[in-house]
Design a protein around this ligand. Structure first.
Ligand SMILES: NC(=O)C1=CN([C@@H]2O[C@H](COP(=O)(O)OP(=O)(O)OC[C@H]3O[C@@H](n4cnc5c(N)ncnc54)[C@H](O)[C@@H]3O)[C@@H](O)[C@H]2O)C=CC1
Ligand SMILES: CC(=O)C(=O)O
Length: 350
């Protein structure tokens, strides 16, 4: 990797200089050992990895950020560019290397490396290309950070989360896919836009595959605590089922539209993943629709499949799965989504 001057190579004795500037305070308390040092690694510094990295930095989520990519020049360029924003950001130590030892001791490893969709291409179509990469990415991450949480973002995210679980040997509560946290944000935006309310007041989940077979949980949507469908029914306000279907269709088509317009998606997934990182590392115990080992929940019993369910996230990873009431139709759609993923997964022979 090409070298440019680093802080330690600018002149003699960085430590000596520091001591000349700052007269040590005698008898001060030693640094508190109760404050946890938080380290996040991001693998893949493409559009998605960098959107995540910069959101993590602006939201002050880590003391240390390690970046890894296969392209050393791009990697060093991205690291320097972020380091040069130090004067405007909360203090975070940023390192980068093609060598996975830079990730050692991470609390959270976020994987975004790999191929992305071409316009019109489905996420599932990326499988063979990205599974091959994962066999070189997950084992070293697990080796250097055996106690970390793995958060998978690369597509197809549900199958790659399953692959990461197998390759890492981690317990399933520490292997999570970003799943439909992003789709649910798109869903909440579209509902909020339709009703002219704030998206943060809309509680609404998309579950199942992060992809074409995702399922909108209309029966449990509420706005500011008011359950929407039962409210409409009680007030005898008619609504078209087609309007609901169209909103879900718009969610499914969102990524295709953005990719056809700008080539990739980045900002929304950046915020979505930073939001997950906060819940995990700050032990927020918030409920997020993320890809988890779904076997045994909502009657999904066809095999070991990762798909999105509303899960409570905290410092231990996945703490539990919420038992939301689903209609029969929603349960059927969710099981169908599980079958779609399992069918693709069965081609892997893992
Ligand atoms: N789960 C989700 O909601 C979303 C997932 N994605 C997925 O994220 C992935 C990345 O997308 P972009 O950042 O737009 O792609 P990109 O092409 O901009 O970046 C991919 C990066 O991965 C690196 N890479 C490739 N092989 C590697 C290896 N073996 N080790 C380390 N680094 C490697 C490349 O050098 C490149 O920097 C894609 O699979 C995409 O489909 C994208 C948006 C949302
Ligand atoms: C690319 C992708 O998976 C998304 O933006 O939803």
């Amino acid at each position: 990797m090409q070298k440019s001057p680093s802080a330690s190579s600018l002149g003699p004795g960085g430590l000596d200089l520091a001591q000349a500037f700052f007269k040590p305070i005698q008898n001060c308390d030693p640094p508190s050992s109760t404050k946890r040092h938080t380290k996040i690694s991001v693998i893949g510094v493409g559009n998605v990895g960098m959107a995540i990295a910069q959101t993590i930095l602006t939201q002050d989520l880590a003391d240390e950020l390690a970046l890894v990519d296969a392209k050393s020049d791009k990697l060093r360029g991205e690291m320097l560019d972020l380091q040069h924003a130090a004067a405007f950001l909360p203090r975070t130590k940023i390192n980068a290397s093609v060598d996975y030892s830079v990730t050692a001791g991470s609390d959270l490893c976020i994987v975004t490396a790999g191929a992305r969709q071409n316009p019109g291409e489905s996420r599932l179509n990326l499988l063979q290309r990205n599974v091959a990469l994962f066999s070189n990415i997950i084992p070293p991450l697990a080796k250097y950070s055996p106690d970390s949480i793995l958060l998978i973002v690369s597509n197809p995210v549900d199958v790659l989360t399953y692959v990461s679980w197998k390759l890492s040997g981690f317990p399933s509560n520490r292997v999570i896919g970003s799943g439909t946290n992003l789709d649910s944000s798109r869903f909440r935006f579209l509902i909020a836009d339709h009703l002219d309310v704030n998206a943060q007041d809309v509680q609404a989940f998309i579950v199942g595959e992060h992809g074409d077979s995702s399922v909108a949980l209309w029966s449990s949507i509420s706005i500011g605590g008011v359950p929407v469908l039962s409210f409409l029914k009680n007030q005898q306000i008619a609504y078209e089922k087609q309007t609901l279907e169209n909103i879900h269709k718009a969610v499914v088509e969102s990524a295709y539209e953005v990719i056809s317009l700008k080539g990739y998606t980045s900002w929304a997934i950046g915020y979505s993943v930073a939001n997950l990182a906060r819940s995990l590392l700050r032990d927020q115990r918030k409920i997020h629709p993320v890809s988890v080992l779904a076997k045994g929940f909502y009657g999904i019993d066809g095999g070991e499949v990762f798909l999105s369910l509303p899960a409570q996230l905290g410092r231990g990873g996945v703490l539990g799965v919420t038992n939301i009431h689903l209609t029969d139709e929603e349960v059927q759609r969710l099981r169908k989504s599980a079958e779609t993923i399992l069918e693709v997964q069965s081609q892997l022979g893992l």
